[in-house]
Write a protein that binds this ligand. Structure first.
Ligand SMILES: Cc1cc2nc3c(=O)[nH]c(=O)nc-3n(C[C@H](O)[C@H](O)[C@H](O)COP(=O)(O)OP(=O)(O)OC[C@H]3O[C@@H](n4cnc5c(N)ncnc54)[C@H](O)[C@@H]3O)c2cc1C
Length: 275
């Protein structure tokens, strides 16, 4: 089995409060914030690695390929994904401000046609653009079935069974491969991924795997190929332009701490009058 995982780099989401808007309102300035793998893509990577291994023995099956669009230094972030266990990478060089979701999806579709993976696993959204539309566009361009916001995935031969949280509970979809699946954070819970190889008794930690020193060393030797948009036959014509960035207005009113739930309910009833 071959799995393709698009990886977007984002400014360190744990320090998003340090992001600033340029005085002319035209750019978001991340200053010297370190780059990180978009968290939802990290969850997709973890789910892909679990699908391709026996979690109890560590034995690996198949191949996991990552692909990233961005400037030269995105390769540093790609190496983190290779250190986690991806086998090789594809870098598509372009400056991020020349990207929109359509260009990203067209480039990913061209890579899929070259690589012919059985499954594309990716984040439901990027925590900076939050567009939540590249996955859907990609499936449309490929004419492939898709599931979004996956919280569980089970491999059954040439099919996958995907669980998705909805208001009324969990929606379960059975999909023929190849397919596109976007993931949500619950996909890395201990029993969320099943592949018929990892024993049912095996419980993964409720998180992505930590990067080991051995993984970092191995990542240095793993290949990252470069494919230009031109080679992929994709025109970088922006169809969505960010015109202006604004900092949201500061929240009015103060924060009030209460001792107990009952006091909270009382205040919501008597003071806020919302219940
Ligand atoms: C300074 C600056 C200016 C920008 N100006 C614009 C603009 O004017 N108009 C515009 O539309 N966009 C602009 N962008 C790009 C924008 O941030 C997104 O890259 C693009 O629009 C895709 O949206 P998203 O990441 O929110 O996609 P989402 O749909 O939220 O992403 C979903 C998934 O798609 C995949 N993905 C997304 N981007 C990449 C990538 N680069 N490499 C690999 N996988 C990826 C990931 O798996 C991600 O989890 C700008 C970016 C920067 C840094």
């Amino acid at each position: 089995m071959k799995i393709l995982v698009p990886i977007k780099r984002v400014a360190d989401p744990n320090n998003a409060n340090k992001m600033k808007v340029s005085p002319d309102g035209k750019r978001v300035v991340s200053g010297d914030l370190p780059w990180a793998i978009n968290p939802f893509d990290e969850y997709a990577l973890e789910a892909g690695l679990r699908l391709l291994e026996n979690g109890a023995t560590g034995e690996r099956f198949g191949e996991l390929v990552i692909v990233t669009l961005g400037p030269e230094d995105v390769q540093t972030t790609m190496r983190q994904a290779l250190a986690m266990g991806a086998d090789r990478g594809i870098h598509i060089p372009i400056d991020e401000e020349k990207l929109d979701a359509m260009i990203v999806a067209q480039a990913l579709a061209a890579v899929v046609r070259l690589e012919a993976p059985d499954l594309v696993l990716m984040g439901k959204q990027a925590v900076d653009g939050d567009s939540n539309n590249v996955g859907q566009m990609l499936a449309e361009f490929l004419g492939w079935p898709m599931a979004t916001f996956a919280m569980s995935i089970a491999l059954e031969g040439k099919q996958i069974v995907v669980g998705r949280e909805v208001d009324t509970g969990v929606l379960t979809l059975r999909i023929e491969l190849p397919a596109v699946v976007t993931v949500d954070l619950r996909i890395v819970l201990s029993k969320s991924v099943r592949n018929g190889k990892t024993p049912e008794s095996h419980a993964y930690p409720d998180d992505v795997r930590h990067i080991s020193v051995k993984g970092i060393m191995a990542a240095k030797k793993k290949p990252i190929a470069t494919k230009t948009l031109e080679e992929l036959g994709v025109q970088p014509n922006l169809s969505v332009r960010y015109l202006r960035f604004e900092v949201p207005p500061a929240r009015s009113g103060s924060t009030r701490y209460v001792e107990s739930v009952s006091e909270l309910v009382r205040l919501l009833h008597t003071e806020a009058k919302v219940i």
